[in-house]
Ligand binder design. Structure first.
Ligand SMILES: Nc1ncnc2c1ncn2[C@@H]1O[C@H](COP(=O)(O)OP(=O)(O)OP(=O)(O)O)[C@@H](O)[C@H]1O
Ligand SMILES: O=P(O)(O)OC[C@H]1O[C@](O)(CO)[C@@H](O)[C@@H]1O
Length: 322
């Protein structure tokens, strides 16, 4: 193995740069050349590469987003797109590629490995944290802290006006962000894709909190699911049942930006080293994740399996939100 590539794909996540830096430093320490592929699979198809040396990654560990840029590429989903991507890899003389992204990125990566025999290793990075085979994805901690910061601020104004607030966080198919920021922010209710939502039940529980425990304000954390902005509709439905004034705050892409936390920089660094080590050891077609504090490798094809929310956190939420 003489030269490897690295790309970031899917939604950007704080800590991706720490991971790119770790990939480059580990590769150089093992006398490998490193090539950056710009704009994820879209850039790979077009052969957009850039040499990465020590200088290129200097002073980047603290920056959010990704210095390589990223994309969602419909073309890569087609066999023709992947044929062009494989040709770019050959042209750039790459003996392996590190893929930093979410489960979609890994579904694509596993096809590249199967169809073209290209050695690839994935590193999980998604603020949604919905990748199977790792306890945490790079970017989740920073995004959860961003959501928490917003919830804390909303709590001040909710208390001051005796208001009900709906705070919408990201999470297309999963409620990890909602659950952890909701517990940390002392939210009264949680609406997440993993559980069916009944406006009547949520209203009844809120009403009970106001009546029995004398609450005058409350915060409902909503995961955006497939429909960003759905909190407006939810707030409307609950207002019909509850007859209580409410406000809606949609956090959206705010949660994707900003400097990575300590946790995301350390995780990005650890997994970047693990990915290059895996390629050097001849281990590929897998993702380097972290399970119970240890590096764990999972076949790329399995990373799309459903990752369940922590049952202990789900159990304590109703108790703590009363
Ligand atoms: N089933 C698939 N087959 C081939 N390529 C895929 C597949 N799923 C996703 N990809 C490729 O991977 C890219 C990234 O996937 P996706 O947009 O789902 O983001 P992700 O990696 O899951 O990250 P995030 O969690 O931030 O959304 C897609 O734009 C597409 O090019
Ligand atoms: O607006 P974009 O970049 O397509 O991505 C939005 C999606 O990406 C995620 O933030 C994950 O990165 C999801 O929670 C969200 O649904």
């Amino acid at each position: 193995m003489k030269r490897i590539g690295v790309l970031t794909s899917g939604g950007d996540a704080p800590g991706m740069n720490a991971c790119i830096r770790a990939v480059v430093r580990t590769a150089l320490a093992n006398e490998l050349e490193v090539v950056g592929i710009r704009r994820g699979y879209a850039g790979l198809i077009r052969g957009e590469t850039v040499p990465l040396d020590r200088r290129a990654i200097r002073n980047t560990i603290h920056i959010g987003g990704t210095i390589l840029e990223t994309s969602r590429s419909p073309e890569f989903r087609t066999p023709e797109g992947r044929t062009r991507a494989a040709a770019s890899i050959e042209e750039a003389g790459l003996d392996g590629v590190v893929l930093i992204g979410g489960d979609g990125t890994f579904q694509g990566g596993s096809l590249l490995a199967e169809e073209w025999g290209i050695p690839v290793v994935g590193v999980p990075a998604s603020i949604d944290n919905d990748v199977y085979g790792t306890d945490y994805c790079i970017g989740f901690d920073t995004a959860a802290n961003c959501a928490l910061n917003a919830i804390d601020r909303i709590r001040d104004t909710a208390r001051s006006h005796d208001r009900l607030f709906f705070v919408e966080v990201m999470g297309r198919e999963s409620g990890f962000l909602a659950l952890e920021s909701g517990i940390a922010g002392g939210a009264e209710e949680l609406i997440i894709p993993e559980e069916s939502f009944s406006p009547a039940d949520v209203s009844a529980r809120l009403r009970e909190g106001f009546r029995r425990f004398g609450k005058k304000s409350a915060i409902v954390v909503v995961a955006e699911g497939e429909m960003p902005g759905r909190s407006f509709e939810i707030a409307h439905e609950i207002r019909e049942h509850l007859g209580y004034e409410s406000r809606v705050v949609v956090l959206g892409h705010l949660q994707r930006g900003g400097p990575p936390t300590v946790r995301d920089r350390v995780l990005g660094s650890m997994l970047g080293v693990a990915a290059v080590t895996a390629l050097l050891d001849g281990r590929n077609g897998c993702m380097a994740g972290e399970v119970k504090g240890e590096i764990a490798y999972t076949p790329l094809g399995e990373t799309g399996r459903v990752k369940s929310l922590d049952p202990d956190l789900m159990r304590i939420f109703p108790l703590l939100s009363e």
